[in-house]
Structure formats: structure tokens, C-alpha cells
Design a protein around this ligand. Structure first.
Ligand code: 3H9
Length: 666
């Protein structure tokens, strides 16, 4: 099928793009655009040209899959040049999303009309890139320097109404009458003639860029692309158009050849790949989820419920005592109200969501739920009891999910007579914010139960990844060797702050000890047993349970700002001397080799055991669950860049058992 066709409506030629799924600018689309424009220009009866798309969206960008292939003619630049320099007016008629190269194409049209639901933007920065087809030079001419800088460096699309205000589009069409209104608009513009964006003067000056830079500084720490975007917009303020384009081109190529963009593009596809379950047909019928039950109204249960309520799905939440139930529902309300205060919801929406919540003290009220998620205390005995009860109460076909972060889903499933309906749905704290959802597939989990859990995960805005049953699943399992080694390094001479700094310099939001302090140093500590076997026990015995007690591996002030602790230093010294260890200098490189390389190793073990479907799923887990810097592409992608041979050698040198597949591929 041809991806670009043309049709004549009296004096107007319509070029129609149809390249599913997102009308990307693949080589054959570029060819079709070029041919379409040439056809319109050569036909004397044609007075204006419209560019419109079939399907769900206007052109959503360059074809990213072509980025790693040999270039194919015609290139985008000559295609767009021919459009902008055309002697007859060209009108872009926009619905869906005009993104990246798609918006740049629209900017090379002379006028733009869009439906109210359309969104326009240059999200290249999220792929570690910049709009490389003139976007950084044309936007400052059309919408001004500040708006262009914000759009390019931030990457957020703007809705049509705002685009109209900004001058990004010239006309708003009715939601369902774009084709007709574009024809009328095109006829209106025949007299006005073409208006090339490149010929417009740049609006505003470079000073505005500083404000955009300052506002984004925190979010962009470690990223190259936002700054390259800003440099290009700045160039537009001082260079003639053609020189600005040349500068943009060279900056684009630098980013394209760099590892950050490769990592970010990898994650773009990895995230979409993660949603696919190997061996299952795409059209497998799913179970209908109309109503959800959540057991436990603590931090996790409350956060989990909020996801469903926000999507209009009713939730029945169960607690053991009226106090806990009231506290839990109160926290949900407070969180929604705080979001409303920030303008994210209206008061009416908050009431709407709260109206979908049914608090109860009786598990019997879960009888009509299609999905029940248990978020109670992490104890196998407790979970088994809960699932035994659910088995008796829930309707046939209901999916019974545990939010456990490490327990054996198969053992939990065995407490029911319907293990095919049991699986894990492991949310990450805070569950209403963190995007990762590990969906744990038990030995007997039915295919449609798994596929339904993955789909509902997507519906509530999560990035869902399938994991197999093993201690800690994918994410927490990889955390374990990191923490073990970090603890050993303390005894050998490193400080918590040195180890944490290596991790934050790497781009992690926090290091292992900062994370421990945030999560609670006392998690898993057996207070009653009173044994002090390691540094962690000693910290707990002194009430150093982390941020919640104002002290953990660090001391905290009343604003939770950490400072290194002399008490912790003393505790470490004591353990070092009782363990007969010599303090030595630990290099940052050694910390990387002993805390990050073991994670890569564990990733290979997870793949060998079939507990993750693919390496890129592991990357997705770490990006969305633990804040691994996206510009490093996740531990498996990073491991490849670092070099498997180098990693295997270092791990062996440090005495680790190296995964066979890591060694084999080295
Ligand atoms: C660019 O334009 C550079 C320029 O400056 C020029 C430089 C010279 N290419 O997300 P979905 C696939 S850079 C190829 O699930 P949705 C995607 O992989 C580009 N494939 O749908 C998936 O495939 P599969 C700037 C693409 O409805 C399928 O389409 N543009 C592309 O939730 C459906 O995707 C962007 O960064 C692409 N450009 O969301 C926009 N885009 O079915 C990137 C998507 O096999 N795209 N695919 O898994 C998006 O943000 C979303 O896809 C969009 C639709 C909002 C459009």
C-alpha cells in the first residue's frame, strides 16, 4: 500500500499520509511528500496544497527505527526545503499529535490548522536529541525565543488552544470537520500566498533562555540534550537562518552519535516492548476489570487505590480496625487535596474520586470485585491466610494479586483452589507516583490473568513488566548484591557518603545508604532477638532507623538534610576492629566494580533463569522503579557499553561467581 496519496478537490491538492501506526516520516513518506508537492506545483489548476494524515495522528516524528540504518533518499531536509520554498501556499491540517519531525514538517508548511484535541511538540529531547530538521531555528521565529526554548529543552507538547495563542497554529477547526475546514482555509490563503517560516524575524532575545535554563537545571542534571537544544535556540538569535540550520545539524549529529541518545532511544523501545508477553497473541481476550478491591489501607494500599480511583475505577478498601481505615482513607483524601492545591485536580474531581472509594472492615465486601490486590504485612503466614479467605469470598474469575516485594507467589497461590487466578502486582512506593509495576507470573498463572494485569497496569499509567517468581523478583533481587557489597566496603574503609556519592555522581537519585535511610534501616531487623551481628543491627539498636527517627547512616536536621555521622563512623570502626580488618583507601572505581557490576551480573542470572523475558525489561525496571539515569539506559544497556569482558574480569578479580552468559558473551 502506498503511504502517501494525493487527491484533487477543484483547485486544491490534498497530500494524504497513511503510514501506521504513527505516520512517522519513513523514507517512502518523504518520497511521497516530495512527489506530492511537485505534483501540486506542476499542475496549473492547483492553487494551494494541504498536508493531512489518515489514522490516529498527524506525523508523530522521524522514523526512529531508521536512525540505526544506512540513510535512505530522499533526506528530510531537501523534502522540507521543497515544501517551504514552494510557490503555492501549503497548509498543514493537524489532528492527534504533531511531534518532532512531524511538527517540523508542519513548520515548513506555510499555514497550520488543527483540531482542539491536537497536541504539538518537539519531544526529541526525551530521546536525547534535538529537533534536527529546523525546529530549533523555525520555532523562535514563529513562537518567540522563550517559548521555543521551553518547547525544545522541555519536550512537552502544547495543546491546540495554547498553540493558537502562541501563534504555532493559525486556525482552530472543529473536532470532526478538519478536512472541510482545511479546504476552506486553503482557499482563503490562496490570495495571501506562501509564507515561509524561515523568512520571519526571530521574536525576543537570548536573555530569555537563561530563565528556562535555571528552571530546568535540577531536572536536567547529567543530561546533555536539554543544553544542546538551548544552544541551538540561542544560535537562532544571532545567526542567519542557514548558519543556524548548520549549527543545529552539527549539534544534532553530536547527540545522535553519543551514548546518551542511544540509551534514551533504547528505553523508548524497551518500554513499549515490556508490554508484550512472549508467546501470547496480541488479541488474547482479557478479563473485564470494573471494580477493584485493595486489602490494607496503609501507605502501599492507599497509594495503590489512588491509581484506580484516578482512572474512574471504583475501589473497595479493607482494613482490620476502624482507626486504620479512617487514617488510610484520610491520607488518600489529603494526598488528592494536596494535588488539587497544586492545580492538578479540581475540587469536584477530588470528590468524584473519593466517591468511588468504599471503605470497609469486612473482606466479604470484596465478593463483587474483579481484581483484588493484597497489600498487607510481608509475612507468608499472613498472606496465605488472606488468600485462603479470598478464595472463599471472591467471585469466579476474579484476579487475586499480591503486592509482595519478594515472597513466593506460587506458595501464596497454593493457599487457594484457583492458582490460575493468582499473580503478583508489585507496586513501588509511593505507589500513586512511581511508574513501575512488576507483574509476577506464578507457575500456574493463567495467560489471560497475566495479560489482564499487564493491561490494567497500562490503563492506570504504569509501565508494567513481567517478572518470574524469585526472591525480590527483578528489581529488589538486583538490589541485594549491591547492598551486601556496599556493607562490606564500609568495613574495608569506604564511608557511606563516599559510596553514596559514587552512585549519585553516576546519576542515581540516591546511593545505597541514602536509600536505606529513606526506606527504614530497621526493615527486616529482629528487635526482639537483640543480636548485633553487623553494622545495620548496631545502628538499629541505637535507634538509628533512618530518616523517620532523624538518624540512620546519616544524621538529619529538621528539614531532613543529611550530614555524615560521627556515631556511625565510630560504629563502623568498632566493627572493623572486631572483624580484624585493616582500613584501606577504596577508590571510586572499586565502588563501581563492586556495587554496579554485580547488578549487571545478577541481571544475567535473572535472564538465565528466565525470570525476565528480555534484558531490556530489566532496564525498564531500573529506570522506572529505582531512578537509574535514563541517559545510561538501564543496567543491562550500560553493562554492554561498559563492556561485558571488562565487567566479567573485574567481578572475577573481586571474587564473584560470574554468570555463565556474562562470561560467554564477554
Ligand atoms: C525526530 O523526529 C527527529 C527529527 O527532529 C528529525 C531529525 C532529522 N518512529 O507509543 P505507542 C511506534 S525524533 C518509529 O505505543 P501511543 C512505537 O514503537 C522523533 N516508530 O502509541 C510503537 O510500536 P509497536 C520525535 C514509532 O498511541 C507504535 O509506534 N517524535 C515512532 O501510546 C505505537 O506507539 C517522538 O519522539 C517513531 N517516531 O503514542 C514521538 N513513534 O506497536 C515518539 C512511535 O511496535 N512517539 N512508534 O510497539 C510517541 O511519543 C508516541 O508513540 C505517540 C503515540 C504519542 C506518537
Amino acid at each position: 500500500m502506498q503511504s502517501v496519496t494525493t487527491q484533487i478537490y477543484d483547485d486544491i491538492l490534498v497530500i494524504l499520509v497513511n503510514n501506521p501506526p504513527v505516520n512517522a516520516l519513513s523514507w517512502h513518506v518523504r518520497q511521497g511528500l516530495k512527489d506530492g508537492v511537485a505534483e501540486g506545483l506542476s499542475d496549473d489548476a492547483v492553487k494551494a496544497i494541504i498536508l493531512r494524515c489518515d489514522g490516529a495522528t498527524f506525523i508523530a516524528g522521524a522514523d526512529i527505527t531508521e536512525f540505526t540504518q544506512a540513510p535512505k533518499e530522499p533526506d528530510l531536509f531537501s523534502t522540507l526545503d521543497a515544501m517551504e520554498k514552494a510557490s503555492k501556499p501549503i497548509i498543514a491540517a493537524i489532528h492527534g499529535t504533531a511531534l518532532g519531525g512531524g511538527l517540523e514538517t508542519a513548520l515548513c508548511c506555510h499555514y497550520r490548522i488543527a483540531v482542539p484535541s491536537a497536541k504539538l511538540g518537539v519531544p526529541e529531547v526525551k530521546l536525547g536529541l534535538l529537533p534536527g530538521a529546523g525546529g530549533t531555528q523555525r520555532l523562535p521565529r514563529l513562537v518567540g525565543v522563550e517559548a521555543a526554548a521551553t518547547m525544545c529543552a522541555g519536550g512537552e507538547p502544547v495543546p491546540a488552544a495554547k498553540a493558537l495563542q502562541m501563534g504555532l497554529i493559525d486556525r482552530m477547526a472543529g473536532e470532526t470537520s478538519l478536512a472541510d475546514e482545511a479546504l476552506a482555509f486553503a482557499r482563503e490563503m490562496i490570495a495571501a500566498g506562501p509564507r515561509a517560516t524561515r523568512d520571519l524575524p526571530v521574536k525576543g532575545d537570548a536573555a530569555a533562555i537563561e530563565g528556562v535554563k535555571a528552571a530546568g537545571a535540577r531536572k536536567w542534571a547529567g543530561f546533555e540534550a536539554p543544553y544542546a537544544n538551548l544552544a541551538c535556540v540561542e544560535a537562532a538569535t544571532r545567526l542567519p537562518f542557514d548558519e543556524g540550520i548548520a549549527f543545529e545539524r552539527s549539534e544534532f549529529m553530536k547527540l545522535m552519535m553519543g551514548s546518551q541518545s542511544a540509551a534514551q532511544r533504547h528505553i523508548f523501545f524497551a518500554e513499549r516492548q515490556a508490554a508484550k508477553i512472549d508467546g501470547l497473541p496480541k488479541d488474547l481476550p482479557l478479563r473485564d476489570i470494573q471494580k477493584v478491591g485493595v486489602i490494607g489501607a496503609g501507605t502501599m494500599g492507599g497509594g495503590i487505590s489512588m491509581n484506580f480511583l484516578a482512572k474512574g475505577i471504583p475501589v473497595t478498601i479493607v482494613e482490620m480496625t476502624p482507626e486504620n481505615l479512617d487514617r488510610g482513607t484520610g491520607v488518600i483524601r489529603k494526598n488528592y487535596e494536596a494535588s488539587a492545591a497544586k492545580g492538578r485536580f479540581t475540587g469536584e474531581q477530588v470528590e468524584g474520586m473519593m466517591g468511588l472509594l468504599t471503605p470497609t472492615l469486612s473482606m466479604d465486601d470484596l465478593a463483587d470485585c474483579d481484581l483484588v490486590i493484597e497489600a498487607v504485612y510481608e509475612s507468608m503466614e499472613v498472606k496465605k491466610e488472606v488468600f485462603g479467605k479470598l478464595d472463599a469470598i471472591c467471585k469466579p474469575g476474579a484476579i487475586l494479586a499480591s503486592n509482595t516485594s519478594f515472597l513466593d507467589i506460587d506458595e501464596i497461590a497454593a493457599a487457594t483452589t484457583r492458582p490460575q487466578d493468582v499473580l503478583g502486582m508489585h507496586f513501588f512506593s509511593p505507589a500513586n507516583v512511581m511508574k513501575l509495576l512488576e507483574v509476577v507470573r506464578g507457575e500456574k498463572t493463567a495467560d489471560d490473568a497475566l495479560a489482564t494485569a499487564m493491561a490494567i497496569g497500562k490503563k492506570i499509567g504504569k509501565v508494567a513488566v513481567v517478572a518470574g517468581v524469585c526472591d525480590g523478583f527483578i528489581g529488589n533481587r538486583m538490589l541485594k548484591p549491591r547492598q551486601l557489597e556496599a556493607n562490606k566496603l564500609l568495613l574495608e574503609g569506604a564511608t557511606p557518603q563516599q559510596i553514596d556519592k559514587v552512585h549519585t555522581d553516576f546519576g542515581m537519585p540516591m546511593g545505597p545508604f541514602q536509600m536505606s535511610d529513606l526506606a527504614g534501616v530497621d526493615i527486616g531487623w529482629h528487635r526482639d532477638e537483640g543480636r548485633i551481628e553487623n553494622i545495620r543491627d548496631a545502628l538499629c539498636a541505637k535507634g538509628r532507623w533512618g530518616q523517620k527517627t532523624g538518624k540512620g547512616f546519616y544524621d538529619y536536621d529538621d528539614q531532613r538534610r543529611p550530614t555524615p555521622s560521627t556515631e556511625v563512623a565510630t560504629i563502623i570502626e568498632e566493627f572493623r576492629s572486631t572483624s580484624n580488618m585493616q582500613k584501606r583507601e577504596i577508590s571510586d572505581q572499586e565502588i563501581i566494580e563492586r556495587t554496579l557490576y554485580p547488578m549487571v551480573n545478577e541481571g544475567y542470572l535473572i535472564l538465565e533463569e528466565g525470570k525476565a523475558q528480555r534484558a531490556s525489561d530489566i532496564d525498564v525496571v531500573w529506570i522506572y522503579g529505582y531512578g537509574w539515569p535514563v541517559y545510561r539506559g538501564g543496567p543491562m544497556f550500560w553493562g554492554n557499553l561498559e563492556g561485558k569482558g571488562k565487567i566479567a574480569e573485574a567481578l572475577e578479580r573481586h571474587g564473584f561467581a560470574v554468570a555463565a552468559s556474562l562470561k560467554a558473551k564477554a
